[in-house]
Design a protein around this ligand. Structure first.
Ligand SMILES: [Fe+2]
Ligand SMILES: [Fe+2]
Length: 398
């Protein structure tokens, strides 16, 4: 196994602020937590002056290329399978919705009127809803990071930027589909007049500059498990912002969030299908990877968000999302439960001893998380007010 440890600065893992997920000592990856570094408060102004870019909050040793090189061949051999089974989940551009389908048309006579209507509807939505919608939009807008992440994966990366392998075609077209999500939400929020666009734009720039560390180790087994999880998480989250918009009487915004959620669902189908295939070909390797990812916890893609003010911005945003029921610790456990059943993990046979242990671990994890979450919720109620720069410094309960 070609395992290389890179002691370079990297972001910390962030999963969910409300629960301590069960950990196991038996991890396949070498992980070391190191001291946290820099946001504005931690190392002082002088240090920051010397560095034009603030490095991510925390560092740990990064693991690279953890998949044995011979397994790269497995992904090459799946090329035509991917063409027939994965690329079919992309939508031809001509059949795709575009952000403009859901926004006032700047070339039309009625543009100003349409904008006024949009703003009137937006007035009915509470500030905490906007905090969550902005957080979701910022997450979508960090898309360059996610395309980069997919192209770190051995055996499936886009080697040239215009590679004709099925894997590369998928990644580019997936990125192009995703690009509409941030675009639509960004334009909607701009027109709504409810949020501080400059602070939001700064947050996006910080976030893309910080990157993310999903700890997928250039390993497509880990990478596709991560993306399966994340597509479902975004499907849930956008679905819930749609539901809230509808409850507040804004059917157009509900449609915007709903159409994005339906893309996420289609992407979830593709990524879970890839992982299902890996379970079929290599059940032992795949269940070990699944357990490895869950032990490390699935970090949220925007876990390094920063707006230049709040060192705990992601935790605060997540707390509001939890309070509103847009994305909760229970959702995390539900996604895990869904994936265990989607991939028939309980019924896997012929596993090695290690594989059986990994199987037991992932199959027993969701109920354990739920129990811990219930206890944590009983103890911790949102109790402090925190200002959010995105909504002009208004304070929200976190
Ligand atoms: Fe998306
Ligand atoms: Fe997605």
């Amino acid at each position: 196994m070609a395992l290389k440890l890179n002691p370079v600065t990297c972001p910390s893992l962030y999963t969910f602020p409300f629960i301590a997920l069960p950990q196991s000592n038996n991890t396949r990856s070498y992980r070391v937590s190191m001291a946290s570094t820099l946001h504005s408060t931690s190392r002082g102004v002088e240090n920051q002056k010397k560095k034009p870019f603030t490095p991510p909050k925390e560092v740990h040793v990064q693991v690279t290329h953890s998949m044995p090189p011979q397994k790269i061949e497995l992904f090459k051999s799946l090329e035509s399978w991917a063409e027939d089974n994965v690329l079919v989940h992309l939508k031809p551009v001509e059949k795709c919705w575009q952000p403009q389908d859901f926004l006032p048309d700047p070339a039309s006579e009625g543009f100003h009127e349409q904008v006024m209507e949009l703003r009137k509807r937006a007035k009915e939505l509470p500030d905490d809803y906007f905090v969550v919608l902005v957080g979701d939009m910022i997450t979508e807008e960090a898309l360059p990071t996610y395309q980069t992440m997919l192209n770190t994966l051995d055996g499936v990366r886009d080697e040239t930027g215009a590679s004709l392998t099925s894997w590369a075609i998928w990644t580019r077209a997936w990125t192009a589909e995703e690009n509409r999500h941030g675009d639509l939400l960004n334009k909607y929020l701009y027109l709504s007049g409810r949020v501080d666009m400059k602070k939001i734009e700064k947050t996006i720039q910080y976030l893309i500059g910080s990157g993310m560390d999903p700890r997928t180790e250039n390993n497509p087994y880990l990478g596709f498990i991560y993306t399966s999880f994340q597509e479902r998480a975004t499907f849930i989250s956008h679905g819930n912002t749609a539901r809230h918009a509808k409850d507040h009487g804004d059917l157009k915004l509900a449609q915007i969030c709903g159409i994005i959620a339906s893309d996420e669902k289609r992407h979830e189908t593709a990524y879970t299908k890839i992982t299902e295939k890996l379970f079929e070909i290599d059940p032992d390797g795949t269940v070990l990877s699944f357990a490895d990812m869950m032990r490390k916890k699935i970090s949220m893609p925007a876990h390094l968000m920063y707006d230049g003010h709040d060192d705990n911005l992601f935790e605060h945003f997540s707390s509001v999302a939890q309070r509103l029921g847009v994305y909760t610790a229970k959702d995390y456990a539900d996604i895990l439960e869904f994936l265990v059943s989607r991939w028939n993990v309980e019924k896997l046979e012929g596993l090695s001893g290690e594989g059986r242990k990994a199987q037991d671990y992932v199959c027993g994890l969701a109920p354990r998380i739920k129990k811990l979450e219930e206890r944590a919720q009983a103890k911790k109620k949102p109790s402090s007010l925190v200002p959010f720069s995105w909504i002009f410094g208004k304070e929200m309960l976190v």
